[in-house]
Design a protein around this ligand. Sequence first.
Ligand code: FE2
Length: 340
Amino acid sequence: MKPTFEFSNDEKGELFGILRGIKESPYLDYFGFHNRIKALISEHNIPQSFIKVCEKIRAERHSKKSYSHLLRNVPLDEHIPVFDQDNPVHDKYEKKKSFVGEAFLELFAQLTDSPLLAYETRNNGDFFHDVYAHKKYSRTQTQKTDGELFFHNDRTAHPVRADYLSLLGMRCSESNRIYTGYLDGRALLDHLTEAQQNTLRKPLFITPYDEYSRDSNTQQVTSDRHSILENEHSFRYYDTRTTYAPEAPADAIDALLALKNAIVKADKKRVQILTGDLFSFANQDALHNRELIEVNDPEGALKRWLLKTYSFRDRDSLQRFNDYFTREQPGLVKEPVARN
Ligand SMILES: [Fe+2]
């Protein structure tokens, strides 16, 4: 995929110089961190070139021109720690003392006017989380797997779902060919008849929660019955996991098979996210996957680290879910306490 923008080394150095000074931890005080970035913008400290890129991305999303964007050579932390694979999130709290990657993601979210989303029971409510292999989730279909991921959108089973996902390559071995696939919802519709689309718009389907979500919250087992197709071309689907609901009519099964065929046939984009790349794309208006095409450096694959955020399309979309959020922090979804 062709990058939307590639930072020159000078531009990267300039922004790094600004972001390296941030001392507020997004993991201890997201609100303070968010406000610190907001102040950097209002004090006109951010290079114009980056502001313009973010304006372009916002306009392309808004005009429906493109829902996927790739930035290259973005500023990252000077020291990129290696985490253990038994409890990498906890190890990150211990080892990560600068927040340049997080600040870049927060800045990108603010400049594209797409506020961040987090869940109280996932990654301890962090707004910045990691695609990083966790031994316990090896070969699962979760963000902590070391394996492939089938086409899906994130948090398929959850009622509050991100409009956009951003993945920032913190450490990606160049010897490995690990690809993130992107399938625009409009490309899928081209392969579905009107009747199949209508059936997919009915609440005839279910999606069990993934292993990581179930471990984080034991009340999260299976979604309510849901439609697969919503809005113009939003999908709510996890391949091999989303299925027809008990006693659904035969039409639902036919439409589900048609969707599986459409996923095979539709045009896709593939991005090899490398260190310093930001890939930001639609979560609900598209599907994405992960393919391990060639792993020449297994240790590198195990230590591959993408810093990740969920975001809303705009402030109105955030406010639509106000009832779900904690009182203290808009964007942080409160959830029923797990009965462990
Ligand atoms: Fe995903």
